[in-house]
Write a new protein. Sequence first.
Lengths: 395, 509
Amino acid sequence: MIPQRHYEKPLRETPFHPRTAPLNRLQNWGAWAGYMTPSCYGDSAMEHTGIRNTATLYDISPMIKYRIRGPEAADYLNRLTLRDAARLPVGAVHYTAWTDDAGQVMDDGTLFRLGADDFRLCCQERHLPWLLDSAWGFDVTIGDETDRIAGLALQGPVSATVLAAAGFDVSALKPFRLATFPLSAGEVTISRTGFTGDLGYELWTTPEDALVLWDHLMAHGAPLGLVPTGTDAVMLARTEAGFLTTNLDFIPAQQALREDRTRSPLELGLGWMIAWDKGPFTGRRALMAEREGKTSRWALVGLDIPGNVSAEGSILYHGKRREAGFVTAACWSPTLKRNIAIAHVAAKYADCRDLWVEIYALRELQYHKLMLPVTKTERPFFAPDRRRATPPGRF
Amino acid sequence: MPGRFSDIIVIGAGPNGLACATRLAQKGRRVTLLEAEAAPGGGARALPDLAPGYRSPALAHLIWQFDPRAEAAMDLSRHGLEWAAQGIPTTVLSPDGPLTIRGGLAEGPDAGAWATLYQRMLCFAGALEPFRRMTPPRLAKDNSWGQLAKNLLKLRALGTHDFRELLRVLLINAHDVAQDELTDPRLRAALCFDATLGAWAGPRSPNTLILWLDRLAGQIGGQRASLGMPKGGMPALAAAMARAAEAAGVTLRQGARVARIVTDGERVSGVTLADGGELRADLVISAIGPKSTLLDLVGPRALDAGLVTRLRHQKSRGGAAKLHLALSAAPDFGTDLHARMILAGDEHEVESAFNPVKYGEVPERPVMEILLPSAFDPGHAPEGGHVLSATVQFAPHDPKIGRDEARAAMLEASLARLEAAAPGIRRMIVRADLLMPYDIERQFGMAGGNWHHGELTVEQMLFLRPIPQLSRYATPIRGLWLTGAGTHPGGMSGAAGWNTAGAVLEARQ
């Protein structure tokens, strides 16, 4: 009998593990889709400072990646997702989402068009059964290539400078576009995408070339201030950018146990991405009915809160009394020097007037209850011009 | 009121399509009924060219039930329907000698037990019957609460004892009831055979007794649980229904095979025919089966992925083969041929015939329901000759060996069984023809070769038929409706067609 010892190592190591492990001074690991990745290498505040001031490397290999190929790949993705995949140019990326029949969001993610008939869909949760079921009647092949693609997010104002120093000329690369460069014996695909709301790139290569890529970037980037960052700092940055995280800001419909936990794209502020005129797609009928009947139950809003105590997990009240919603992500933003939050509010309170947040502030082992007025504000909270500038600024 | 009196297209001129089209036409709608074949009838149509001078019904050879509302409204006797026989008895062929059953009257030592059991089941079936005449209830909103409450009260009105007994047997298997209530293996065989006729289930499979109750719930001409054969066979019934439909104003187009239901994903706008013709309508009702309609004619692109998956996974396995023999003389089964004969010695034979089918194999000793339409109605065969029509169970819908090999093995097993029951019959065969479930699927468009366009089982009944999202005859595509055996209550009684027409009329008011 072959000894079964998998339980001794319940989490898999990413292709970058040989580099990230020695750097992880606190051995502070988090589980991400069955892999272990650093939550914090040593000081999250410094790592976040790197994201906003220099450049950072973040291991995104565990991100779920599906490859969708075939003559009807674009038709298939148009049936599956909310945006119009047919209008996505080759070499471009867009942020999209998809729903079940009831128009409830199953996940969001980024769709890469690698060729006319060749796409990659990156997301947080696993969806292979749903993707395969949706493929019935379409001439496409679908494969999970999560463990065949190593990914690194290079984010921060200095990231373009780091790439230039490493010999990758991305000066002409616009946001949401991608380009491929030789690397060692293979190649690296660089997309101008990210999860920080800052200037940044994501680099994709094979597991075999992963360490070559890391070493190459570090060798040229470290003198420019390139540091590795863990998930804690990235989550702080994404909150500043106002990005949603599956299972933190919404429960995927296919995982929700309680009927009222699911959300439609309209309820998550994603209505802008629905290509109503592209033809039928899964959930369209339900979403049309929701739009026409104005039956949205929730609205996702960005909030400004006085003071400096994070409102994470807080409940919102209308007129200080009636429960009106709850906060899913919040932080005191070091970049903005503002106390911000992403919240779900019941549709009738979507204007956020007379809305209050009840915060339990922990002060030396003792909670103090705060009832603070909130102000609705635009998302993203932080959107510097440098994230869009082409050619990117050199810092 | 734009659109209210626009054309309605009904696809499929089987009994349900005919009933549905007739009701709509009688309510003043302009209805075009499209039939792919050269003759109406669907499962009731005639088998082409068995042999010169021999005519046989293709699938259905007897009628168990005709929806009384459709029967009354179509007034088929005025349109040429005559009965060759009604109240046809059942004879179980057994090595112990034949045993004849006429409703609750049976021969042999168990006559009393049979009468008691039969009356009780008939009573239960009668209490359940009203559910057949309504759009299935929903667990959510928009119910016809009045009708539902009335039906439930009727069930409760059975009284505490009987109501409890109904709940006990409602989901039981046929085999257990046969063993509990009867000792004569021939009566047990009859019960077990009839409970699994047309099902992909053996008598020991769960929830099989309810299929017998469903069969007993039917009626023809006011006679409950009665078997009838129209003069000219089932195709003559279809022809009479077609005439009634035309008399009501339905335009029947035969040889008009629908290739595509045209939709923009939101609304239906008409159909495209296989010959390239196009017909426009903002109301299309399809009686050809939920799977064929939505997966093939509409196509997955216009539908949500979850619905498509659920419908694809809906069970639709045919377990019955259809045997036709042109015979040069009368076979000798040792009994009167003016009967429906069941060739199954006991309940175990029925179960044993199902066992191999579970694994895609052909049974060595199939059981069967035999009818000689020529015994009732001489026009079916040349002078002196006979035509034998038999439903042979069970047959694999997806055999492990090749389809041709499986068909040959099934034919040989059936003929061997028949030869043992009627020695000399093989020498009388002028021509033999066997339709396996996959042949039935190909020739009749029934998914998996299942009679009901989707198995009629408890988990696919009532508000679960064909699948929960489609259980009220409407589809997600506005203007496109489903009817036929694949929808509640199943079968070819016309009830589904009548119910659908009612739901359509209600929705348009």
